[in-house]
Design a protein around this ligand. Structure first.
Ligand code: XMP
Length: 327
């Protein structure tokens, strides 16, 4: 039997009962596979790695070592939430790595999107590798691989987004407890494991994070404009019942300024671009229709609360011709 093929008779996990059965089954399988050895996991705080962490904590407790790399490109509140949920509430063995300066120094002056992506990916592996080398007797590497990752990597559409590329002398046996699950099932399991809703129902977030939304060469001031405007957008969507109703919504900040006016004085500051889309598979996407009054409220909040921003614009482009991210 191919362990990477979902059995035809595997029932879709849609209810808490089915999730509980899956969790019990996986805990037994994980204990069997891992025994008394140690497991390492790169914990981003995204739904897949969070569910894998929660499963492993239940199965093997402190034999799991979670490494959370803060590369400075996470959304507002995310590193804090990872620490709070996993270290404080679940009592996990969590190594928190503040690599913000390291990433931003490497990215300084680099404007080309693919180059930025490569730097972020390579630096992530390097930081993770350094942390792994500090630890003794790790035998297993856990990954939040899900079934679409397997399907997509088999037909070559998209490379695995998970940790790959570790050097040959640092290889582990893989532990991938959710590799046969679809995203909706991972969420049902995450909910049953007691993870907070804003972690379980998170919108998709690219690996290079806000790095693809801080356009051109990343600077700390514009990165803060992206992070703060994104937080306001998410807060307003949640307050207005749109969380979970719109597939993906975020802000991007370009690397040019325009003239504005504030308190009777001329300003020269950045614009914030609002992007809100609906899609089923991210291959095509439609612009979500948002009530105009809410758009005005978001604009007002961003232009008054985010330093260095004097204008908000709305991206009305479906995919194609625009991609979802701006990069
Ligand atoms: P585009 O911009 O190509 O994005 O229309 C399609 C979807 O993929 C997300 N995306 C990523 N997801 N790692 C990910 O896990 C990445 O490197 C990455 N880049 C883009 C994007 O947010 C959108 O949902």
């Amino acid at each position: 039997m191919n362990p990477n093929k979902r059995p035809d008779d595997m029932k879709r996990i849609t209810t808490p009962e089915l999730a509980d059965a899956f969790i019990a089954e996986q805990i037994a399988a994980l204990r069997e596979q891992i025994g008394s050895k140690k497991v390492l996991l790169a914990l981003s705080g995204g739904v897949d790695s969070s569910v894998v962490a929660a499963l492993l904590i239940k199965a093997v407790g402190k034999q799991l070592v979670c490494v959370h790399v803060n590369h400075g490109l996470l959304r507002k509140g995310e590193p804090e939430q990872v620490i709070n949920v996993f270290r404080n509430q679940m009592d996990a063995n969590l190594v928190y790595v503040d690599a913000v300066d390291r990433f931003l120094d490497k990215l300084a002056g680099v404007a080309e999107p693919e180059k930025k992506r490569k730097i972020i990916g390579a630096e992530f592996i390097r930081v993770f590798e350094e942390e792994a080398r500090k630890l003794d007797d790790i035998d297993f590497l856990a990954q939040g691989t899900i079934y679409p990752d397997i399907l997509e990597s088999e037909d070559g559409v998209k490379a695995h987004h998970n940790v790959g590329g570790l050097p040959d002398d640092l290889q582990f046996e893989l532990v991938e407890p959710v590799k046969l699950l679809f995203k909706d099932e991972v969420r049902v399991v995450g909910k049953a494991l007691g993870l907070p809703d804003n972690m379980v129902y998170r919108q998709p977030f690219p690996g290079p994070g806000l790095g693809v939304r801080c356009l051109g060469a990343i600077t700390r001031d514009r990165l803060e404009c992206v992070r703060e405007s994104d937080a306001i957008l998410r807060e307003e969507f949640a307050l207005n019942g749109l969380e979970g109703k719109v597939w993906q919504y975020f802000t991007a900040v370009p690397d040019f300024k325009s003239v504005g006016i504030k308190d009777g004085k001329r300003t020269f500051a950045y614009p914030v671009i609002l992007r809100m889309v609906n899609t089923t598979d991210a291959m095509t996407a439609q612009v979500a229709e948002i009530p105009f009054a809410l758009l005005q409220k978001i604009t007002n909040r961003i232009t008054t609360e985010v330093p260095g921003v004097n204008r908000v614009v709305l991206d009305l482009t479906p995919k194609p011709s625009g991609t979802i991210e701006w990069e």
